[in-house]
Design a binder for this molecule. Structure first.
Ligand code: UDP
Ligand code: MG
Length: 312
């Protein structure tokens, strides 16, 4: 019998969790030809999330959970889920039901044919999202696909069902700066995309502000592309060529027409431009250096405070 592990990162989801649990229970009841394991990861919630999880685990042997010592972020929570799951298949789902559990039977059927290694979901609409956010999201996907060799699909959600082989591949990428959309794309394997309409969360609020998303997108770019580093070389080269041309022009002009002094404004603009380009380039370099610094510390991706073993 196949076993499906459902990984659910939860951060302050006390309102949505009972609804999610009821929904997934009805899906599990329908698919009774497979064994199930629910791997909840409590990402340092400060509300009643952990209490819910303890209660689920006490009454249901299929429920397991890991509770972090603090909030480590969804990426860390997903990684913990992959590490704890034991199924032949694993699915990642949000607790807010934006990833409809009712898609699971269809996804499992597709994987069973053996042609694909994972079935992932892609939302085709962005309803319920501020327009400016959609615009920046689209731009991000366009840029990162140009400059990185990981295939990152626009509108892809983290919700996907995958085979064990793919889970092992993800676990083999032990980097500290985790960007799952890039990791899924980078490892390859055969993925089937299921488009679906965007669903709004059932309860609670999104944990992503515009600023957080913006920083996350920069993380994604530095994690999966080194093109920005080349940018400074390119800018430097362009400046050198421009400067050479200007030198020739000035020398010729001085020889032919003498040297009337009057270059202060143009001098200032050139200094400012060059200074700006230099700071910008050093900044990019700093981003990569910071990431390297964090990686070399080999800090754990998450720390566990409690697991289901405490209540079983
Ligand atoms: N989440 C998490 N840690 C965090 C932020 C979010 O584990 O620091 C979980 C959250 O509980 C939810 C999922 O990640 O199950 C997606 O979060 P959210 O719904 O806020 O993001 P959105 O769907 O708006 O992108
Ligand atoms: Mg959500």
């Amino acid at each position: 019998m196949d076993k499906i592990s459902v990984i659910v990162p939860c951060y302050n989801e006390e309102e949505a969790l009972p609804l999610f649990y009821a929904e997934i229970q009805s899906v599990m009841a329908k698919m009774d030809d497979v064994a199930w394991e629910l791997c909840f990861v409590d990402d340092g919630s400060t509300d009643g999330t952990l209490a819910h999880l303890r209660r689920f685990a006490q009454s249901d042997p299929r429920v397991r959970f890991t509770s972090f010592s603090r909030n480590f972020g969804k990426e860390a929570a997903m990684f913990a889920g992959f590490e704890m799951c034991t199924g032949d298949y694993a699915a990642v789902m949000d607790a807010d039901m934006q990833d409809p559990p009712s898609l699971l039977p269809e996804m499992y059927e597709i994987l069973r044919t053996g042609e694909y290694d994972s079935v992932a979901t892609r939302r085709t609409t962005r309803t319920g999202e501020p327009r400016i956010r959609s615009f920046f999201a689209r731009m991000f996907y366009r840029i990162i696909n140009k400059i990185s060799n990981a295939d990152i699909v626009d509108g892809a959600r983290d919700f996907r069902l995958m085979r064990r082989s793919m889970v092992d591949a993800i676990l083999s990428m032990g980097e500290y700066n985790r960007f799952s959309k890039g990791i899924f794309g980078w490892i390859g394997f055969r993925t089937k995309w299921l488009p679906y309409e965007n669903v709004e969360r059932v309860a609670g609020e999104t944990k992503w502000s515009f600023w957080k998303l913006f920083l996350y997108s920069l993380d994604g770019i530095t994690a999966f592309s080194t093109v920005p580093l080349m940018l400074s070389s390119l800018l430097g080269l362009i400046c050198c060529i421009l400067a050479l041309i200007m030198i020739v022009v000035i020398v010729v002009k001085t020889l032919m027409f003498g040297d009337p002094v009057g270059g202060w404004p143009s001098m200032m603009s050139v200094i400012l431009l060059l200074g700006g380009i230099q700071l910008f380039s050093v900044g990019i370099l700093g981003q990569y250096l910071a990431k390297t610094y964090l990686e070399t510390k080999h800090r754990p991706i998450y720390l566990v405070r409690e697991t289901e073993e405490g209540v079983k």
